[in-house]
Design a protein around this ligand. Structure first.
Ligand SMILES: [Zn+2]
Length: 319
């Protein structure tokens, strides 16, 4: 078990993403003592990525020779507790035994988990602690993590908590996972891009359509640009996206009793544009709110650093 806020021990946290690999030495309070970043190798095989991880670990240990453990958070499906990366959406590796390889390399205990799970642990423990919480990350897709009693919920083998794929409408738009009407198909950056293309078709002279023509296509980012210029249609689209976000959040908050729903990911930087309508919908669809209350929906505190901080905290828990 982790000591409580002694701050004395340190671990290395690694965050393996589709475009970059971030690594840091982190203490028990979640403070980053040293940080390094490298691009994910273009040919993202297990061998190529392992070489980067080993190099980062060596560099950080040279600077901090007292680290007690290593944690890895990686995008994809990780079998727990073995730490085998079964599949990743943006990388070539399959069935990659990350934990075993890094333990042999470093001689330290290693924990490997899904990136959203470890990000949830960081958000749950640090800042205002929420020992029971849901993290939703809104990016290209929707990811998330569940923390109950201060521990990550994973299910028996690490496959739990695919929060982006709860079904909001079985007849809804197709999701990247092949299913229909998932939370991700309604409330992600990809969903925003789809809604924006529909809006551009309906109004070819509107700002979204014009920005799309100037920039080689309409995406979720086009809506962000349009909203910054005060475009009413873009505000409506954010309102619609936020409402779906709130519907998904209500579904999760109705199942679990949590102290907060933390929302992270790039689109949250728009602040209340997205979270405002989400809060209204979450209230509207809350079950027995007078008895159960309504969990606050708050923006994430740690942004892109949550993955490596959470990975380090996880590693220190078990060592
Ligand atoms: Zn899906």
């Amino acid at each position: 078990m982790a000591g409580t806020a002694t701050g004395g021990r340190t671990a290395i946290g690694l965050d393996v993403g589709g475009t970059k690999i971030a690594a840091a030495v982190v203490d028990e309070r979640g403070t980053i003592l040293k940080e390094l970043t490298e691009p994910t190798p273009a040919e993202s095989t297990a061998e190529a990525v392992t070489a980067v991880l080993q190099r980062l670990i060596e560099q950080l240990r040279t600077a901090h020779d007292d680290v007690v453990a290593i944690g890895v958070g990686a995008a994809g499906i990780v079998r727990w507790p073995e730490g085998v990366m079964l599949w990743a959406p943006n990388n070539a590796y399959r069935d990659w035994p990350v934990r075993a390889q890094l333990e042999e390399f470093s001689g330290l205990p290693v924990r490997v988990d899904n990136d959203a799970n470890v990000a949830a642990l960081a958000e749950a423990r640090l800042g205002e602690p929420y020992p029971n919480m849901v993290l939703i990350t809104v990016g290209t897709g929707i990811g998330g993590g569940l923390v109950f009693d201060d521990r990550i919920y994973r299910g028996p083998t690490g496959m739990g908590a695919e929060l982006g794929h709860i079904i909001l409408n079985p007849d809804g738009p197709r999701c990247g996972c092949g299913n229909h009407g998932c939370f991700e198909a309604y409330a992600s950056g990809t969903a925003l891009g789809r809604m924006a293309r529909e809006a551009a078709e309906d109004d070819p002279d509107g700002l979204i359509a014009r920005l799309g023509r100037e920039n080689g296509g309409v995406t979720g980012h086009t809506v962000l640009q349009a909203v910054e210029q005060g475009d009413e249609t873009a505000k409506v689209l954010f309102g619609r996206l936020g409402r779906w976000l709130g519907v998904g959040i209500a579904s999760l908050a109705n199942i679990f009793e949590v102290e907060a729903v933390v929302v992270g990911g790039g689109l949250v930087e728009t602040g209340d544009l997205l979270l405002g309508p989400a809060r209204i919908a979450a209230r509207e669809y809350a079950y027995a709110p007078t008895a159960r209350g309504i969990a606050p929906i708050v923006p994430a505190s740690f942004g892109g650093a949550a993955g490596m901080i959470g990975a380090a905290l996880l590693a220190m828990d078990d060592s």
